[in-house]
Design a protein around this ligand. Structure first.
Ligand code: HEC
Ligand code: HEC
Length: 412
């Protein structure tokens, strides 16, 4: 996929690109490294014994709401933007923000899976069920523990409430129809009864505890906080046509589906809504192992670009001098980061470029695990740096290896 650098200078170009795509109704097929999103893998639904993605499941209308056909449940996940309707100012701003902050993972048209696990947000079936509150909350708080960051200012992210509202206005172009009353539905089911069925039918994709894998988590505390029973039931009943998420309403009885909702609900844990003061990282203090021998990763790169975390960890232990750059939004850095790393979010790379030395290695990382860090390396290379590499396993690889991490605004 061709991507511009996320710099202010290229914003207008990105906007034109968005409009071109929207007007052309063209579907952008992503070709980023590290994609293995389920949208590429149409057959796996069948492998898991799920039904096809169409709606022939029938509308045995249940309490999931007055789900009539105009919900557009069969639509493809992207490209439904009606080009005959002019963009409002809010939608134009939303499109621009989308390309700058979201498209690199969720796809330029919201089609999903430009980065692992980043689901299809322009999916009409998703948009029919997702209230503005659900979208707002998901974008504000993110999904801690996944590559989805908290984007709101209040949590250390780059976006204001108005920005988030505009992004939602743009997304709604892909599915203006919204189910009413969905969030009032309260399902009663038995979680324990559903457990074996979940392991048999769902765990392959969503993980044995719902923690996600190649597809999104269904157990994330912030997801369960934002998602009503009706939202969960709708996802299970109708699936997400155009993705590998099957529709289960013709396969499972109503009570079985209610039990599954109860099981997901039973995984909810309390969320802590901790806002932070504005975060201005100090980029002048950036060296790890200051005074030690300069680290040299040039012989250890995979594809001339990726350095493994064990090499980086060895350099840390050896007291070598280099820089680790956290390319994720500031909110992620504040939550947890690699010890010694500086926060240089991909949308503020110019500031880092102005102060970082050219004669020391710079290792960048993100959570997804190559998308934002790859952008950061591209920006560095374009600015004339030659010693820059992407941490191959990404932040979550580092975390699960038990290597040192820190939290808060300090490097260590
Ligand atoms: C073949 C893989 C696959 C299987 C099997 C599967 N899912 Fe999914 N599921 C997905 C994908 C992919 C998505 C996200 C689709 C999108 O919107 O991009 C999803 C989304 C969901 C969502 C909505 C999550 C959100 O964040 O919006 C729920 C709830 C869900 N699945 C529950 C289940 C349950 C319960 C089962 C078993 C009965 C199941 N899934 C089986 C692939 C699968
Ligand atoms: C680094 C990659 C990445 C970026 C950038 C990103 N997201 Fe996400 N997003 C994800 C992933 C991964 C998930 C699924 C997390 C999970 O497993 O629960 C997600 C989930 C979401 C969800 C919840 C969807 C659902 O069905 O539950 C919304 C809404 C969303 N993102 C909106 C946005 C918006 C708006 C932006 C830009 C401001 C954005 N994302 C930027 C990776 C990303």
């Amino acid at each position: 996929m061709e991507r511009d650098q996320p710099t202010t200078a290229t914003r207008p170009r990105r906007l034109v690109f968005a409009l071109m795509l929207a007007v052309g109704g063209m579907q952008l097929l992503s070709a980023c490294p590290g994609i293995n999103g389920p949208a590429d893998d149409d057959d796996s639904a069948d492998d898991h014994g799920g039904p096809d993605d169409d709606d022939s499941a029938g509308d045995d209308d249940d309490s999931a709401g007055d789900d009539d056909d105009s919900a557009g449940d069969d639509d493809d996940s992207a490209g439904d933007d009606d080009d005959s309707i002019p963009f409002s100012d809010a939608q134009l701003r939303g499109a621009e923000l989308w390309l700058e902050y979201c498209g690199m993972c969720h796809g330029d048209q919201g089609q999903g899976y430009a980065a692992d696990q980043a689901n299809a947000l322009s999916n009409a079936s998703f948009l029919a069920a997702a209230s503005d509150e659900f979208l707002h909350s998901s974008i504000r708080h993110g999904r801690p523990g996944t590559p989805m960051s908290a984007w709101a200012f209040d949590y250390g992210g780059p976006l204001s409430d108005a920005d988030i509202t505009d992004i939602i206005a743009w997304l709604r172009r892909f599915g203006a129809f919204q189910l009413s009353g969905l969030d009032d539905i309260v399902v009663s089911g038995d979680a324990q009864t559903a457990e074996p069925q979940y392991q048999q039918l769902c765990a392959n994709c969503h993980g044995p505890d719902g923690q996600g894998g190649s597809v999104s988590s269904v157990a994330n505390p912030w997801f369960l906080e934002a998602a009503s029973d009706g939202f969960l039931l709708h996802a299970i009943n109708k699936g997400r046509p155009g993705t590998t998420m099957p529709a289960w309403e013709a396969v499972l009885s109503e009570q079985e589906r209610y039990n599954l909702v109860a099981l997901l609900r039973s995984w909810a844990t309390p969320v802590e809504d901790s806002k932070v003061p504005p975060f201005q990282p100090d980029l002048s203090d950036h060296l790890i192992g200051a005074g030690g021998p300069a680290a040299d990763f040039s012989d250890q790169l995979r594809d001339g670009r990726f350095v493994s975390m064990s090499e980086v960890h060895d350099a840390l232990l050896a007291g070598q001098e280099f820089i680790i750059l956290d390319a994720r939004p500031g909110s992620d850095y504040l939550t947890e980061h690699i010890s010694g790393a500086i926060s240089a979010p991909f949308y503020r790379m110019e500031e880092a470029i102005a102060v970082l030395p050219h004669d020391r290695w710079i290792v960048t990382y993100c959570g997804c695990p190559h998308t934002l860090s790859g952008d950061a390396v591209d920006s560095l290379l374009a600015a004339g740096f030659s010693q820059a590499a992407v941490l191959d396993e990404g932040y979550y690889g580092w975390l699960s290896a038990g290597y040192p991490i820190s939290s808060g605004s300090e490097r260590y």
